[in-house]
Design a protein around this ligand. Sequence first.
Ligand SMILES: Cc1cc2nc3c(=O)[nH]c(=O)nc-3n(C[C@H](O)[C@H](O)[C@H](O)COP(=O)(O)OP(=O)(O)OC[C@H]3O[C@@H](n4cnc5c(N)ncnc54)[C@H](O)[C@@H]3O)c2cc1C
Length: 458
Amino acid sequence: MSEPAQVEHTIGELRQSLAGSVLVPADAGYDQARRGFNLLVDRRPAVIVRCLDDGDIVTAFDFARSQGLEVAVRGGGHNPAGHCVCEGGLVIDLSPMRGVAVDADLSTAVSEGGATWLDFDSATQAFGLVTPGGVVGSTGVAGLTLGGGIGHLTAQFGLTCDNLVGADIVTPSGKVVRASADENPDLLWGLRGGGGNFGVAARLEFRLHRLGQVFGGRLTYSGTGVREALRRYRDLVARAPRDLSCEALLSVDESLSPTLVVAPCYTGADADPEALRELRSVPGLIDELRVHSFVDQQSVFDPGYGVDRNYWKGHFVRELPDELLDQLLHRMVALGRPPGQVLIESLHGALKDVDATSAAVGFRDAAFNISAMAAWTDPGFDEQHIAWARDTAAAIEPWAVSGGYVNYMQAEEPIERVRAAFGDQAFERLRALKSRYDPDNVLRRNQNIPPALGPAQA
Ligand SMILES: Cc1cc2nc3c(=O)[nH]c(=O)nc-3n(C[C@H](O)[C@H](O)[C@H](O)COP(=O)(O)OP(=O)(O)OC[C@H]3O[C@@H](n4cnc5c(N)ncnc54)[C@H](O)[C@@H]3O)c2cc1C
């Protein structure tokens, strides 16, 4: 690797050769640009390249190679592992590339690599169209899609990556490669869940679905109603309603008693959905369900960006028996102070209909994804909160299937868990793809898939 002074020397040339811009530590805006969602990650890259087009991405890769710099790729900056920034290296920052072009006749949309879900949903909803994304508007479309994508419309339309029909990626060697059903279909398969391992996605193309308003919002339970509501939530999604996606968030209030928010997203025709009646009749409930736009539904959970330290750990599970529900309630009380939560994502509906061989994701058979999400602000509590998340995940583990969700994993997850997230066969196929598109493992700041050939890296 070059000395920092040499890197500085060549920055001028780099600036000249880009349509976009460059930030180094002395520049105004550098500190803002190096921050991600998770304040637990505090890294200082040598160079941040803010790309405007494919040529800038190629130039950034070339520069990193010539200077021996490690590379990180930034989309929406949400990854809890902080993979979008590296210490002393180069960040390929796609945040200026946020355009979303909708073709309403073909029901498709092409998103640039740095767009967020708010960018995407605002563009598609202007035409009454949608693709299933994540539940927070500031999350990156690319990062979320490449790891699978679970959200408010999973039951209706499947995982986000199931709706990815094409992509243009820039490989570390500087080639622009198209992935679609007709061109490099193997790469399209790998992009559906295999993460940012194969190249920088400059554009991602999605299939869209017609969607007007939804019946959604929040149901908030506290006190003795929480346990009963959790059971009713579990039983409701077990009936696998196709027009109702439903996530649940357990937390603890100031008096250290568990609280529960259930966020249904119903897209059927019933004005008073029968499926939700049992959930809406638990005593002590605050019912804020209403008809609203899908863009409003996307702000039902809206955490602040870059305000907390975060550590997440969880498991896909095959079932949610009473014993596990009690464990989760017990773990919430053990947290001892807000914030911090356990997120329960139901995996029923359309994602089960999809041909499992069409995507690299390995969790289609799971019933739920359960994640302990510790969040805090004081560095003095790091150890305590990280231990809480780990212990909570350990309490869930007896019911686990598959590895964890790559989109929520921390950086130190062992390679066995990444392998388990895909299954042995898919993992080997991903490794072969990695050898083809990134044989030197330039893109290793991710839930890494080591190349099948070449240096074995973990
Ligand atoms: C508040 C919050 C809410 C979330 N909600 C959901 C949710 O509802 N559903 C869900 O499934 N997940 C959710 N996630 C997880 C999220 O999907 C992942 O963390 C994802 O990696 C974030 O993508 P990003 O582009 O914002 O992140 P970044 O940190 O910018 O990128 C993460 C990694 O993705 C890859 N990447 C990003 N952009 C590109 C690109 N254009 N080309 C190639 N690789 C790229 C890179 O490997 C990069 O290191 C949430 C995360 C947070 C913090």
